[in-house]
Each structure stands twice: as C-alpha cells, then as structure tokens.
Design a protein around this ligand. Structure first.
Ligand SMILES: [Fe+2]
Length: 214
C-alpha cells in the first residue's frame, strides 16, 4: 500500500482549522485548555515528516468504525470523519498495555485508540498527539489518568463521561471534554458506539494508567 501522503495532509489541515476555530470561539478562561489548543495549533503548523515505515493494525472494536464514520452528521465533524475514512486502512489501532490483567477481557474487545499525528503516527510530531478513541456500544472504560493534557471532541455516538468521582454526564456528538494533568476520568457507552477525536500535549510519552495502580 502506498503511503497516503495526500490524505494525511488533508487530515492535518482539517484538524488545524478545527482547532483554530476552537481558539476563536469559547476558550476564554480555562488557562490550560487554551495553552493546550495553542500547542496543538503551533505543532500542526510545523513542517511534519511522513512516517514512511508506519504499519496498520486493527483491533476487535474496529468493527464499529464504519458505522461511527457514517453516523457523523455535524458539518465540521463530518469533514474530519471523511478524512478518517480515507485513512482507515492505514491506521494503527492500539491497546494500552498498562490496562492488561487489570481491566476485564471485554474491555479489550470494545476499546482502542490510534495515534494519527504524534511520535509514532502517520505524521511525526514530538510535541503533541492527535488521534481517535473508538468505544464499542456497551463498554465501561474504568477510571484512569495521565499527566498529558487531553482534549476530546465527540465525532459520533452519545455516551456517559465522568471526571473524578462526579456523576457521569451525557456527552453527544460535537461535545468537547478537557482533562487537565492527572485528572481522573472514565467513560461508558450504553447502546451506541463512540468515535472521538483526541489531542494530547505536555507529557505525551507516558500512556494512561488505571486508577487502581495510582
Ligand atoms: Fe484520557
């Protein structure tokens, strides 16, 4: 398979424009969220190299990817989902080794993430990660945290999201969720699979850890 030069650059442009529009809209007072968005924008404006040796990989939860892409309705988000569709055969879907032997077996059949831009993405970037989280239609992603700053935008599917030990809150397509350094979070789906765009900045090398190990 030939490296998708054109498609990955279109993806990068779409993400860059999306984050620029975020910066211009509602990110007024949340200091770390603002600096996160600025870091994503400035990193994407750099000249990022192609990761020619990048290999695709699928996971069981990828059975939900096509329906999540086709269910993305909102115009801005649809643009992003269409470029994901054009890249889908090249994506390296991963599981987090820190969860092995801790989370239930069912979790690993119903969760995966992919880094599209980042240290090991299709486009190489050392400062940030941009990628996708895919959740099956009935899964609990138990409490976990990480030092990296994280910003999610739901592309498709409604689900419940929790911060620390607060109540789970319904998040729908277009909703955005920010996790500051080490803020504990959990998600659960109930009937719909979820596709979400994520970005990481700060300490991006270390994967999330389950709360039970903190
Ligand atoms: Fe996270």
């Amino acid at each position: 398979m030939e490296f998708p030069n054109k498609e990955i650059l279109i993806f990068k442009e779409n993400i860059l424009n999306f984050y620029k529009s975020l910066k211009n809209s509602y990110l007024n007072n949340e200091h770390n969220l603002f600096s996160h968005v600025e870091d994503v924008i400035s990193s994407l404006e750099d000249d990022l190299g192609f990761n020619i040796g990048h290999k695709p990989n699928i996971q069981p939860v990828c059975r939900f990817l096509d329906v999540c892409i086709s269910e993305t309705k909102n115009n801005d988000l649809k643009k992003i989902s269409e470029t994901i569709n054009s890249l889908k055969h090249f994506l390296n879907w991963r599981l987090n080794d820190n969860y092995k032997n801790i989370f239930e077996d069912d979790f690993f059949k119903n969760e995966s993430f992919v880094e599209i831009i980042g240290p090991s993405g299709l486009l190489i970037c050392d400062k940030i990660r941009v990628g996708l989280l895919l959740l099956g239609d009935h899964v609990l992603y138990p409490s976990h945290n990480h030092q990296a700053l994280e910003f999610y935008t739901i592309l498709s599917g409604s689900s419940m999201w929790q911060i620390n030990d607060e109540n789970f809150i319904l998040k729908k397509p277009g909703d955005k969720i920010f996790h500051d350094e080490w803020v504990t979070h959990a998600m659960k789906t109930n009937g719909e699979p979820v596709l979400a765009l994520f970005s990481w900045s700060g300490m991006i090398e270390k994967e999330a850890i389950p709360l039970s190990l903190n």
